[in-house]
Structure formats: structure tokens, C-alpha cells
Design a protein around this ligand. Sequence first.
Ligand SMILES: O=C(O)CCC(=O)C(=O)O
Ligand SMILES: [Fe+2]
Length: 401
Amino acid sequence: MEVMISNAEEGSCYDVTKEMNAIDATKAGVKGLVDSGVTKIPRCFVHPPEDVRKSSSMSTNINHQIPIIDFNGFESCRQSEVVNEIRKASEEWGMIRFHEQPQEAKAELYSRDPKERVKFFYGGVLMTKEPAIWRDTVAINLQDGKLGPERFPEVFRYGKFAIRSQTLSQQVHFSRSFHYMPLNLSCREEIIEYIKHMIKTSKTLSELLSEALGLRSDYLSSLECMETQALTGNYYPACPEPYLTMGTSNHTDPSFLTILVQDNMGGLQVHPQNQWIDVPRLQGALVVNIGDFMQVKNLTVSVDYNVPLMNKNDFDFLQQYFQLIINDKFRSVEHRVLAQEFRPRGSVASFFFPSTANKFKPYGVIKELLSDNPPTYRETHLAELMAHHYMEVHSAQNTKD
Ligand SMILES: O=C(O)CCC(=O)C(=O)O
Ligand SMILES: [Fe+2]
């Protein structure tokens, strides 16, 4: 790969944008860097030491235990099988394999365009004031209507390709363009299956959450909080200097709910009470994150690495929308992923969002929740929130300029 990358020790004329763009231009992501044999990570990936510090705990303190819900027996004894199917599908059908196929196959999807509904990119959202993360992502946005199966990424695998009857020049052409063979195109159907499973699981969770809020079990689903979905397949290549960077920086999810399937590498940590603790790797388990529907964030710092899935305005707007509904009742947990030295790690995250179709539907705080907390928000509709938000973003930008 033809990228001149500086490393952390290099001198003062360092240009982070140039370096980030150079890696972007390879369309090969972090995995491309690793495959090219880097032994030092480029400087744009270097995070402040206080952010990287690997504090982890297997604390037995009850306050630090991560709740594990056993779905066995809930609804039907099929639940645990379903979870295993989901897990298997995410490993086998290709969100993770996508990243392990030849670079040429991935490069076609390489993009940072917010309008692109299926795309592959490295490092999270690249912002020069924040370091890149040691991660490649393939993202599928299902928010703006259905995507035909042809839009889903194909996953190719290497296959020996014997070319017999071509001339030499044709052979050269073939070996350049098709040195891998599509052996597994069925993954598109499997993605659709996977999404169906996720929707079903999200419905079950929505019922449980409604009940946890003391509401009827169909309450949240009646608000259409989880109508649409975005999927990301994350790939964390083994990192030569894991103590300098992060797989995923500290964040809360900009969703209503996130369902995560992780492989058995570990590295996911949560920060419930002043301490980072490891999320245990449990066979057949899904990790469920409550999204940002309760934290008031400063507009200028609320940009998350998931933003390529939507533009910043929509993202901020959705955050306000969530707060509106739940009236600051639940806490979304901060989490992060540590970079790993020896083996790559894979995860698939499904983010659930409300439908943006109901732009003028009036929304307010759920009345049943008002007894505990006074209302923090008056009733409004999505279009109004959006307009308000645009004004705030623009004034924030003007102040910066
Ligand atoms: O890869 C993981 O385990 C977590 C990823 C994550 O937090 C996210 O995509 O929001
Ligand atoms: Fe997350």
C-alpha cells in the first residue's frame, strides 16, 4: 500500500488531516494498514493516555455487575436458540467476513457520504480534533425505507481460479480483476433473515423495557421508538500498539436501543460508576445498550462515531427526541472497546431508532412517568425539534467560525 504514514514519535510539522485522508484514499481501512505490515500505529490513531488506560475489573461488587437476563422460558423456549442463531448468523454470513475479503471487493463500498446507505469506512467519524479509532466498519442504514437485497454488501471469499483458454493478456487482466472468486453470495438473504431476527428481539426488549418503566408492555412500541434500524459490522484488526489507541472511544449510543453481538475476543467495557469494567463474553449472549434517550448533551460535543449512518443534525435531533419521551428516566451507559494486540475482534451492532415518518405527530413526556419526575419538556413535534436544532447547530458553527 502506498501510504506514507508518520508515527507517534515524529516531528512537529505533522498534518493530521493529511494523514487521515491518506489512509482514506487507500480505501483499505485499518486492516489495510495492518496487512501492509505497520509496526507502529499512525499518529492520527494515538489517543490521550488517560483515555486508553486499561482499567478493568471483574469486581464482585453487586453494583458493578452487568445484568444478565436469561431469556430461556420467556415467551417460548425458542428464545435461546434464536439468540444463538443470531450470533451464528452475524459470524457466518459476513458482516465480519466482509472485512476479511480482498480489499478490491471492499473498496467499492468505501465512502463517508452521509447519504450513502451502505458503506465501508475506517476510524469512525474523522474529526481532526479527535483521534481516529482502530476499527473498520461496514454500515447499513435501514432508516429511509427498505433496501433491496442487491444493495447489501456481497461477501467474497478467496478461491483458486484456473484460467485455461485465455490469451496471456486476458489472463493478466483476469488475475488482476478477479483474483478471488464469489463463493458465497447467499449472505444477502441471510442479512435479511438477521434483520428479521433483530426486529423480533427488539420487540421483546421493548416490551420488557415498557414494563420496567411501569407501563403496559406495548407502550414503547406504540410510540414507534424502534421503527427503524441501522446495522454496523465492526472489525478491530490486531493492533501493534494497543496501549496507544482505542478500538472504540468512550461513548453512549445515539439510538433508542442497541443490540450487540460480539465475538469471543473481549475488549468491550462499560463505565457504570467511575470505573471501566469488562463486559463478560458469554456464549449465546446479546449485549443490549439503552441508547441516549435521557442524557442532555452539549450540541457541540454530541457527535458520535456512528454519525456516518445519519447526518449530525438528525443525530442530535434524535437525542432530543428520546429525552422527550422518557423524561430522563433511564441512563444510557458509557462504553468503549479496547484495541487488541494479538487477534482481530468482530462485532455487529443493530441500532434502533424511531420512525422519522411521523414528523408532525405531537410528542410529549409519557404521562405515566410524570409522577416521579416533573416534565422536563413541553409537547412538541419532530419538525419543530428539527427546526430548533438546525438553528442551534448553525449558531454553534458561527460561533466557532
Ligand atoms: O464493537 C463493540 O463491541 C461495540 C461497538 C459499539 O459500541 C457501537 O458500535 O456503538
Ligand atoms: Fe456503542
